[in-house]
Design a binder for this molecule. Sequence first.
Ligand code: GDP
Length: 313
Amino acid sequence: MAQILIEKGYDVFGMVRGQANPKIRMIQEETPKLELVEGDLQDLSSLIAAVEQVQPDEVYNLGAISFVALSFRQAELTADITGLGVLRMLEAVRIVGGAENRIRFYQASSSEMFGKVRETPQTEMTPFHPRSPYGAAKVFGHYITVNYRESYDLFATSGICFNHESPRRGLEFVTRKVTNGVARIKLGLQEKITLGNLDAARDWGFAGDFCEAMWLMLQQDTPEDFVIATGETHTIGELLALAFAAAGIDDWKPLVESDPRFTRPAEVDILTGDASKARAKLGWKPKVDFPELVRMMVASDLEIEAGDPSRRP
Ligand code: GDP
């Protein structure tokens, strides 16, 4: 997101939390123009101070505990950061933005809110049925954003984003776990990939495309909520087949196993988004398709894993 905004000519500030945050070095190397400001989604006064210091025109709240599996183990922390964190950020934006509501706000909502889906494909009108503490916290974040828009006339929008991936995705997520595992198998650094539920299916898109939609949402005349998705659903089997093919490995089935350690107490089986509203009102559509996304991630992981071991994730 920062990279895209910098390319558009924005002065961009990224909020970082805590002391000696290990991600700071990586962020500074990848986006040297990004300025960092201190703040914590658990601490309202630190958010007010950060927003006061920066005096932004636009705030994109992409901050969260974002890993569904972890949210089952740290449910209260997830509710606090992923859920209440949105309320605190909205308060900071409302207080610092003054009576004329100078600051526009984007909330990163999630297809995990649809959970045990009530209809397919999912639109802005589909009822929510979250299946994890993460999904439940995101539902709160979504509705409190809608509520601040309706109560205080804030320019506050919620983008209901389906899974969006890139070479920067964390290794704990299934796409990156697969592309990194395939690269390591190819290079003789690993023997197998051990996954959880192999039957899940997702609407996976490229994060860069999705960030463009987030930006477009804040450039409209009126704040509205949008589903951001590719509209295509793929299985973990397809992800595996494409990733192994990208590394030139044919006989991959014996290289993948399933372990209940990686299954979840409740699962989201399948997601398919309908982004017709975003297409019609924002003129948005994704540019990178699923096979290209998987190839991009495998190529990046092959480069990382073949390089300096100290730079490996
Ligand atoms: P999510 O959609 O935000 O939960 O994104 P993930 O990438 O974490 O998971 C996507 C789907 O892949 C879920 O249905 C997981 O249960 C499934 N999955 C299967 N094996 C694994 C695994 O080893 N790790 C992860 N993260 N997900 C897995």
